[in-house]
Design a protein around this ligand. Sequence first.
Ligand SMILES: Nc1ncnc2c1ncn2[C@@H]1O[C@H](COP(=O)(O)OP(=O)(O)OP(=O)(O)O)[C@@H](O)[C@H]1O
Ligand SMILES: [Mg+2]
Length: 232
Amino acid sequence: MESRTIYELFDQESPIATEMRRLYSNIRHIHGGDHLRSFLVTSANRGEGKSTVASHLAITVARFRGKKSLVVDADLRRPKLHQIFNVPKEPGLLECLEGQIDPLEAIHETPIENLKIIPAGRKVQSPAHLFEGDILSEIFEKIKFYHDIVIVDSAPIIPVSDPMLISSEVDAVIMVLLAGMTPRNVALRAKNILTDASAHLVGIVVNNLSEVLPYYYDYKYYGYSDRHKEDL
Ligand SMILES: Nc1ncnc2c1ncn2[C@@H]1O[C@H](COP(=O)(O)OP(=O)(O)OP(=O)(O)O)[C@@H](O)[C@H]1O
Ligand SMILES: [Mg+2]
């Protein structure tokens, strides 16, 4: 069977689309309007739903708010967004970090109006050091200047340092937890890494992938923001 990409599957009436609209709306209201324009989506560990949340959130913002949006695949180890959006994997962020190309040259169109993408780029063995130089700030300065909203998918926080370094380049961080799977102490450790790096953690998305939350959460996602952040 031919695989279908996210824009073919995205249904604006679906529970996930509704949940993403709620998440974005909560973040905007709780944190005072539209001044939050760049977001990092991360999690404590692998496979908690970062790429899924980042891509759905990006589509939601582009479609429903009509903002000029950019989604960036900063998970150079396990890149995923090029598959989700069916675009070439390179050139992408890796080539920008290496200084080979200008960030604007790494931008690809998506089939969704108002949404563009910077994919991960070529695969390299150990990309960690690339995030440590000044070039990361230069890249983000430029892409933020040319877009209303930037949403970044990243590696998990605990095993690698890249997301922590990226967190200083964005206005806000959204953390994804896997309901029933992410242990409390692990989630706390991830939160502390971010707050020690002065990241602005604005929300937690609880991904109810294994449907461990009760029925009234009614779907696989239950996004919430701020209020529960302190309770982690
Ligand atoms: N709420 C959900 N409902 C259905 N499938 C989901 C949900 N969340 C995640 N998935 C699926 O689970 C898998 C892992 O999700 P995803 O790739 O978003 O996680 P990730 O945190 O980005 O993983 P990695 O650490 O490997 O980058 C994917 O196949 C995705 O389609
Ligand atoms: Mg991912």
